[in-house]
Design a protein around this ligand. Structure first.
Ligand code: TDX
Length: 355
């Protein structure tokens, strides 16, 4: 995967997964990357160290709901591919304020598709053949699993939160733009990502930062909900692989085969913190506190990634134990990154109780 002489648009490139994709492309390929990001609360250009000096990188502050702004960028850069990672992503926030999710995730994807289609139609036949639009989505579109089974690429969609419903909607739009207009699209649906540069509203960074501060660790409900954890750098590699070798019109599930209960995740973080940054007040597990459950809380997610493994040769390199240790150490070592977010006013307060 060289992407030599290719220009790739990465929308949401200042976000958690988008920034991992950009770091991966710049470090491991010859792609020219244009980061298109609105810079919302969760965006952070500090997640892209060293890019200012990189001649293969450009940044454009741009909302994907603004068609004319996007058109200007398509004309300016003439991209060979678009990777759409711009999204509102936090389930709890979508419960209190679904409007932003409808706008960015649905209207934004629609607008980006329209401008990509306009650009694609202007290309030479050879360039059209090579062009790709890769839409990055989530396993939450499939709803919740019981004790058994896995989500595959043919599992029916059954989203339960405003967030997952907005992502499901955007997936359908992407599929339709391929079926109706022949735009060369692909879709990936991933399980829960974790790793460095994760905004602290999400379970893992939230617990690490609270644990370091000696504050209560809020476990929703009984803590027995299961998530399938995927190290973000493994995900970034999968996305580059799908972009280079995926079959147009197909969807690919990306998952780490690392199902863990939330209780197990939080206990692991407590134990690692006790080891890496011991506290004078004792073991962190005592900070775990059961709090009111999330409304509509999905019980279990688990991805069957065998299509991606079989057809494109992808394998996750990290398991949960290796990935969570790297992640905890990163948050302990790189406190400047997340302390700046707290100083900007992020309060780490509970949201999404539908009250
Ligand atoms: O403080 C908390 N306590 C807690 O028990 C938080 C923030 C979460 N939780 C629970 C809720 C979930 O069962 O932990 C689990 C993970 O929660 P989140 O980090 O909010 O992730 P989730 O709701 O599973 O969704 C994530 O994975 C799929 C991402 O946020 C989505 O963007 C992605 O699509």
């Amino acid at each position: 995967m060289h992407f030599k002489a290719s220009t790739i648009f990465v929308t949401g490139g200042a976000g958690f997964i988008g920034s991992a994709v950009i770091r991966h492309l710049l470090q491991n390929t010859h792609a020219r990357v244009v980061n298109i990001d609105k810079l919302t609360y969760a965006a952070n250009l500090n997640s892209l160290p060293g890019t200012n000096e990189n001649l293969n990188y450009a940044f454009e502050q741009q909302c994907i709901c603004d068609g004319l702004g996007l058109r200007r960028l398509f004309e300016k850069y003439q991209p060979d591919a678009v990777m759409n990672l711009a999204a509102e992503s936090h389930v709890d926030r979508s419960i209190d304020g679904p409007g932003e999710f409808i706008q960015t995730n649905i209207v934004g994807t629609f607008t980006l598709l329209q401008e990509a289609l306009r650009h694609w139609r202007s290309l030479s036949p050879e360039k059209r053949e090579q062009f790709r639009f890769l839409h990055i989505s989530t396993d939450e579109v499939f709803g919740s699993l019981g004790d058994d089974g896995f989500f595959t690429e043919i599992t029916a969609y059954a989203p339960n939160s405003p967030y997952s419903a907005s992502k499901a909607s955007s997936d359908h739009l992407v599929r339709a733009w391929h079926e109706t207009y022949d735009l060369p699209t692909l879709i990936t649906n991933c399980s829960n990502n974790y790793g460095p540069y994760h905004f602290p509203e999400k379970l893992i960074p939230h617990m690490i930062i609270k644990g370091l501060a000696g504050e209560p660790l809020p476990v929703y409900g009984d803590g027995k909900n299961i998530r399938d954890w995927l190290y973000v750098e493994d995900h970034a590699k999968a996305l580059a692989l799908v972009l280079a070798h995926g079959v147009v019109g197909e969807t690919y599930n990306v998952g780490g085969r690392n199902e863990r209960t939330n209780l197990h995740v939080v206990e692991s973080i407590c134990d690692l913190l006790d080891h890496v940054a011991p506290s004078a007040t004792g073991a962190r597990r005592h900070l775990m506190t059961f709090v009111a459950d999330r409304p509509g809380h999905d019980r279990r997610y688990a991805i069957d990634a065998s299509k991606l493994e079989r057809e494109l040769g992808w394998r996750a390199q990290e398991n949960f134990e290796s990935g969570i240790e790297k992640t905890v150490r990163w948050y302990v070592d790189e406190q400047f990154w997340w302390r700046a977010i707290l100083e900007r006013g992020y309060a780490a307060k509970r949201v999404g109780l539908n009250q």
